[in-house]
Design a protein around this ligand. Structure first.
Ligand code: HEM
Length: 446
């Protein structure tokens, strides 16, 4: 390929890359970190049938996601697995159809709409914390995942969705778990296959689709903007959508995509912030002082959130240390050069966000929880901090997630003192989450 000069090294995976497969199964981050340490910022190795190019340099990350984003697409395997329930939703869509759908979905995430959802977060957090009043030690993970799923479901569909939330939680958990297994299994069976896993996926998908269909039909009948995200998807004003409208089928795919993309990621980010506060009492106390000064005992409004910088920086630092989307996968759609390295069409490109965000070249004391480093974000290079991705495919829900997290964290830290109960390990599943849950000691805040 013209212009490509530097060869990439990488771990020798032996026959069919099986040694690498086993090393990744044993310790995924150990494998990525060790590979970057031994072979540098750009490495190439085999994993089963795939040639993988691992990139961790911020400049490479920026080139793949921004400057040369057109030379990459979402990997085929990812699209086929997620497509089973996301249909053609944003996260897996490509080309002209993605451009159109993104344009039609963007208005749903305008601040004027998001502002209304703070009340949903406040109500649900108040309910959650009511339960904590009678506890001294508890596993907070289940409650936090319920919270984030409940918030996104209600923001999407309105309060009618309440009766579905129990089952939603079960089916979403099924899809996360089975989806993860499918991502790493050597063959992908068609959805109609009569295996137990496919039966579970079909059941969960049908359920989510039927609820979305029911909500869409109700909205169409009323034909008014009820203020929820679904209304925004269905009634895009002409100036935003270029005159186009979504079909019911497209709205269904986007709704399911938003729910699945928005719940677990935000949930794990909240859990890691709580964990980091529980192990850093001074940071926790500083956040509490700020919340009390700004809110004076009232629940936050949209305007208040901008005043809660200490809380937001803790959340951002948690996203740096434990990025829920710990890697961003792409497939080269054509031969392309990144940082002088030739990447052939079809190569699987893995941007290992976890490694980049813990690199001492960009972040002093990279493993330390230091929220105040975000007072000087300009000090690190572009592409070094990418928990929400970058470029045209960056997360559409970034402001939503930040609003939800800051509002929820502020109210938790205001009312409760959190103490760690023991070491917590991370586990890379669909997102990077605390292994075995997060057990905390909780006491009324001093
Ligand atoms: C802390 C929480 C979150 C994190 C860390 C996160 C992370 C990400 C990342 C890294 C991407 C880019 C993936 C890529 O380039 O391949 C992404 C895309 C996306 N996210 Fe999020 N996300 C979060 C919350 C949300 C929420 C709350 C929603 C919706 C309510 C959402 C919906 C989406 C969608 C639809 C996409 C695909 C966008 C496109 O390709 O056009 N996410 N997210």
């Amino acid at each position: 390929m013209a212009g490509a000069k530097e060869a990439m090294g990488g771990p020798d995976g032996g026959f069919f890359g099986l040694r690498n497969v086993r090393a990744m199964q044993r310790d995924l981050f150990g494998f990525y970190c060790e590979t970057a340490r031994k072979h540098g910022d750009a490495c190439r190795y085999r994993v089963g049938p795939f040639v993988v190019v691992q990139l961790t340099h911020p400049e490479h990350v920026h080139q793949v996601l921004v400057e040369k984003s057109k030379a990459f697409r979402k990997p085929e395997r990812l699209r086929r697995v997620l497509g089973q329930w996301n249909g053609n939703g944003l996260a897996v869509n490509e080309g002209e159809s993605w451009v159109r759908q993104r344009r039609l979905t963007n208005p749903a995430f305008k601040p004027q709409r998001l502002e209304r959802y703070v009340a949903i977060v406040n109500r649900r957090v108040a309910e959650l914390l009511e339960g904590w009043r009678h506890e001294t030690r508890l596993d907070v993970s289940k409650a936090i995942y319920r919270l984030t799923l409940g918030v996104v479901a209600e923001a999407l569909f309105g309060s009618d969705v309440e009766r579905h939330t129990e089952r939603f939680a079960r089916e979403v958990a099924t899809l996360n778990l089975d989806g993860l297994k499918e991502m790493s299994s050597p063959i992908l069976l068609p959805l109609w296959s009569p295996t137990p896993r496919k039966t579970r996926i079909r059941r969960a998908t049908r359920y989510l689709q039927s609820v979305a269909d029911e909500m869409i039909a109700a909205h169409r009948q009323e034909s008014v903007d009820r203020g929820d995200l679904l209304s925004a998807l269905l009634h895009v004003p002409d100036d935003d959508g270029g005159g186009a409208q979504m079909t019911d089928r497209q709205a269904r795919d986007e709704a399911i995509n938003l729910m699945l993309g928005g719940a677990e990621t935000t949930g794990t980010a909240l859990l890691w912030t709580l964990h980091l506060w529980s192990t850093h009492p001074a940071e926790q106390a500083a956040a509490r002082d700020e919340v009390r000064r700004v809110l004076r005992g009232a629940p936050p409004t949209w305007a208040d959130l901008a005043e809660l910088g200490t809380v937001e920086r803790a959340f951002k630092e948690a996203l740096r240390l434990y990025p829920p989307a710990y890697l961003i996968p792409r497939e080269a759609a054509q031969d392309v050069e990144i940082g002088g390295h030739a990447i052939p069409e079809g190569a699987q490109v893995t941007l290992v966000v976890y490694v980049t965000q813990r690199d001492a070249r960009w972040f002093a004391e990279p493993d330390a929880f230091r929220p105040d480093r975000f007072l000087d974000e300009a000090s690190w290079p572009r592409g070094a901090y990418v928990p929400f991705g970058l470029g045209p495919r960056a997360c559409i829900g970034k402001t939503f997630a930040t609003m939800e997290a800051v509002a929820a964290l502020a109210q938790i830290v205001e009312r409760f003192e959190l103490r760690a109960t023991g070491p917590v390990q991370s586990e890379a599943q669909v997102s990077l989450h605390p292994k075995g849950g997060l057990v905390l000691d909780v006491a009324p805040a001093p």
